[in-house]
Design a protein around this ligand. Structure first.
Ligand code: PMP
Ligand code: GLN
Length: 455
């Protein structure tokens, strides 16, 4: 039956080819109705797609997209090798939809301890394909047409399109910089929310606020006082908090990462999002999680079971082993969560020094593996184009990768369309790199400075 149908189709196509040719046969059947859903209107461009390609084409030193160029810890790699080649062949098969049992169990133990909550691994934790999918699930689960979601600028770029795809309206509130006194270098702590301005964004349509501390791209670690302000407004207006804490272990200078869910009234209304990519320096594994009350997580599970269903079993098994180790070594000098920020702080300081010496003024980050640098002194290399559609920093970053081989990300990518020109003289560098990579970046920067002073 099937064979007969195939041969008559072939016969039909050959006949068409001999009379009209293939191309017209196919062009006649082209669709003419619009295919793109309205949800996708205006979100087809993506900074990572664009700059990853530019970096691959032109860069010799890539400090753009955020990923370490050093390996994950040996214990994590070994755990994955064992998962893949060990006795338990079931680790190649599907596992539980909402998280591989060993992983959700250890995450519940670990975060239960940090939050002072008794967490049920089956209902208070869900594993996702990276923090990206956790974010997507949250917006799909909680946001309806007409709901407003408050986003603090600068923000990790995907929050805005994810809110609009869910039918919501993003409402932006900026962190405002205040120049430090007596010529000191600016710190990410100098960027603050205005409390009255933040309060003015909450109303009866506000469904959620997205908090990202430590913040990408600025590196700001929100203080207890700032978190208290946000928490009070959430409680007052009965608003959810989507707390993106993927850089929770990457804090410097003795600063402490405070979990907003631990503040009064917040556990019940907060979803915490984490990432094994950032936690264990393995961004390509794409293992993430959500932690929160079942009242919220049950709806995230509904989105997950109807979209992704579950994440790679072997990677989840290895991350579970990694957390087991960290649970045992918690707070001890051998803990990876103690060692990684120490190493990264040195790398941060190395890049700060290079940028400062070159005249590209850095803003010292309190956390994450990013820092912003002011490109104002380099304007003579990339002249302003009045009334250009493209923000200055974007043209600068493209020029820099093409002409200097150094890749970075323009800060305007972390602002909404209307505010892209507000702070367009900064670029973001990632310092989670090998010593040799940071040295190569320094060589480019110092040579560039020399050329400028001798010309
Ligand atoms: N949130 C923030 C603030 C990020 O910087 C990133 C990028 N790592 C993500 C979420 C997505 O994380 P993942 O790679 O685990 O999907
Ligand atoms: N979070 C990483 C960054 O900010 C990577 C983002 C991405 O590749 N989409 O660079």
């Amino acid at each position: 039956m099937l064979r007969r149908a195939r041969s008559s189709l072939r016969h039909f196509l050959l006949e068409r080819k001999s009379s009209t040719g293939y191309s017209s046969c196919f062009s006649e059947s082209k669709m003419s109705r619009p295919v793109q859903s309205q949800r996708l209107e205006g979100i087809d461009k993506n900074i990572w797609v664009e700059f990853v390609k530019l970096a691959a084409t032109y860069s010799t030193v890539n400090l753009g997209q955020g990923f370490p160029d050093f390996p994950p810890p040996a214990f994590l790699k070994e755990a994955l090798v064992t998962a893949l080649s060990g006795e338990n062949s079931m680790l190649h098969q599907y596992t539980r939809a909402f998280g591989h049992p060993p992983l959700v169990k250890v995450l519940a133990q670990f975060f239960g301890k940090l939050l002072g909550q008794d967490l049920d691994p089956m209902t208070n934790v869900m594993v996702t394909v990276g923090a990206y999918q956790a974010l997507f699930c949250c917006f799909q689960a909680f946001v309806d047409e007409g709901d407003e979601v408050i986003i603090i600028e600068p923000f990790f770029d995907c929050y805005e399109p994810m809110v609009t795809m869910a039918g919501g309206t993003p409402v932006f509130v900026p962190l405002r910089p205040k120049a430090p006194e007596n010529g000191k270098m600016m710190s990410s702590a100098d960027w603050k929310l205005d409390s009255a301005e933040l309060a003015s964004k909450f109303n009866e349509r506000t469904k959620a606020i997205v908090l990202n501390s430590p913040n990408n791209p600025l590196g700001k670690v929100f203080s207890r006082e700032e978190l208290g302000l946000i928490a009070d407004l959430c409680v007052k207006h009965d608003v959810l908090c989507i707390s993106d804490e993927v850089y929770e272990w990457l804090v410097y200078d003795g600063k402490q990462h405070i979990r907003i869910a631990s503040l009064p009234g917040m556990w019940d209304r907060t979803v915490i999002i984490g990432s094994a990519g950032k936690t264990f320096s393995a961004t390509g594994w794409k293992v993430g999680w959500t932690v929160g009350p079942n009242r919220l997580l049950q709806h995230i599970r509904t989105v997950h079971q109807n979209s992704v269903y579950h994440c790679a079993t072997a990677a989840q098994e290895a991350v579970a082993q990694g957390f087991q180790r960290e649970l045992m070594l918690y707070g001890k000098p051998d803990s990876y969560f103690v060692q990684l920020p120490k190493e990264l702080q040195k790398k941060r300081d190395q890049l700060v020094q290079s940028l400062d010496a070159a005249g590209m003024k850095p803003i010292i980050p309190e956390g994450t593996y990013f820092l912003l640098a002011d490109i104002s002194n380099f304007k003579s290399d990339v002249p302003d184009v009045p009334n250009s559609d493209e923000p200055y920093d974007s043209r600068f970053a493209k020029w820099m990768v093409k002409n200097k081989g150094l890749a970075a990300i323009p800060l305007s990518a972390f602002y909404c369309g209307a505010h892209k020109n507000n702070y367009s003289h900064f670029i973001r560098f990632c310092f989670a790199k090998e010593e040799a990579t940071l040295k190569a970046a320094n060589d480019i920067l110092q040579k560039w400075k020399q050329e400028k002073t001798s010309s």
